[in-house]
Ligand binder design. Structure first.
Ligand code: PLP
Length: 376
């Protein structure tokens, strides 16, 4: 099996699996006062420290959630509730993941003014476009770090720094799901009040996410109840998943640059082979994160091609996993030509992929060009 769908989800690493099992065995409730509760609490805090450390944050700034979708929902609706009486504008981009985009759409329905910044003609985002969209009536600016369909890196750092300087009251949120542990994301540099993270994109388990909230910043909770997570996110903590998240994060800490270089070599090979193959185009720009490469095989529809590759044991995605085969509006935003938009494949790497696997993928695509029915 060749797995090139790591932007959809990753294989849990051995360390994460072992940590999940340990968390199931040490089954105490972290809120219990007896020894089993204390042990569970220790495990939970260890994981929190690892994740905080990876972000250069304090552990008290990390809150566990069920997924990045919950983290982003919490921030967007929380910010709107906190500041939305007087500040009715939300600034975002046209390429956000649905977990952010759908919340912004909902706020728009409720009467907020949502400004969606788009890439320019060259398919790139410019910080000044995000900066100029914010004004004194803005309650929140939410901008992803790495796009999940193309790997584009958005100029969050520069945009947030300028916005915070001019309007310190504006809250800033970054969906870092596709950038965390792939780029050296540090809270001080990023300048976000809130950061959404997900374990299953970094070889951790599914169903566990985190939300970074900068110390001193407060928004209302989405979940009320037993007061876990310092009263911010009620619900008994999923200790096994939290421990799995911590273990996965710990494993990847310390070699981000080395892994980035490896992903760069895989991307380089893929791009070279695409360039050598007639009718196969690379949509992702050279300055995108190398872990995600969007390509298009002209004349071949994404879905049949995806299943053809699956038949050869090669797993890729058409656009993003969330789009489930629907035509992606995000791909269009990144100025992929109309004639290629139905033919997009997303190849997303992890540390375990090899250059030989890239060769096999391209050999299979070339075979598909010869044997699959053309669109027209
Ligand atoms: N944000 C981005 C950029 C993603 O790629 C994803 C997952 O596809 C999410 C958010 C949602 O993460 P989760 O599955 O943890 O809710």
């Amino acid at each position: 099996m060749i797995y090139f769908d790591n932007a959809a989800t990753t294989k849990p690493c051995k360390e994460a699996v072992e940590a999940v099992v340990k968390g199931l065995e040490d089954f105490g409730n972290p809120s219990s006062l007896h020894g089993m509760g204390v042990t569970a609490e220790k495990h939970r805090e260890q994981a929190r420290e690892i994740i905080a450390g990876a972000l250069g944050a304090q552990s008290g700034e990390i809150y566990f959630t069920s997924c990045a979708t919950e983290s982003s929902n919490t921030v967007i609706f929380g910010a709107a509730k906190k500041l939305g009486k007087r500040m009715r504008r939300v600034v975002t981009t046209t390429v956000e993941h649905p977990s952010v985009a759908a919340c912004c759409n909902k706020l728009e329905e409720e009467g907020f003014e949502v400004v969606r910044v788009a890439p320019r003609e060259d398919g790139r985002f410019y910080p000044e476009d995000i900066i100029s969209a914010a004004d004194s009536s803005t309650c929140l600016v939410t901008c992803m770090l790495v796009n999940n369909e193309t790997g584009s890196i958005l100029p969050v750092e520069r945009a947030f720094a300028a916005i915070k300087k001019k309007y310190p009251q504006i809250l800033t949120h970054c969906d870092c799901v596709q950038g965390f542990m792939k780029l050296p994301v540090k809270v001080k540099k990023l300048g976000a009040d809130f950061i959404s993270l997900s374990a299953h994109k970094i070889h951790g388990p599914k169903g566990i996410g985190a939300l970074y909230i900068r110390k001193g910043v407060h928004i209302p909770s989405l979940l009320l109840g037993g007061g876990q997570e310092k009263g911010f996110r009620s619900g008994t903590e999923s200790l096994p998943l939290i421990m799995g998240f911590g273990a996965a994060c710990g494993k990847l800490s310390g070699n981000i640059e080395e892994r980035l270089e490896k992903a760069g070599r895989l991307r380089e090979r893929l791009v070279r082979l695409c360039d050598e193959t007639e009718g196969v185009y690379v949509n992702s720009k050279p300055d995108c994160l190398p872990y995600i490469v969007s390509i298009a095989a002209e004349g071949l529809k994404s879905e049949p091609l995806l299943h053809f590759l699956e038949g050869k044991g090669i797993f890729v995605s058409s656009g993003s996993a969330c789009s489930k085969g629907k035509k992606s509006s995000v791909i269009k935003e990144f100025r992929v030509p109309d004639r290629l938009q139905d033919s997009v494949l997303r190849i997303s790497f992890c540390d375990e992929n090899t250059e030989e696997e890239v060769d096999e993928l391209m050999a299979a695509i070339r075979e598909a060009q010869g044997s699959l029915a053309k669109v027209r």
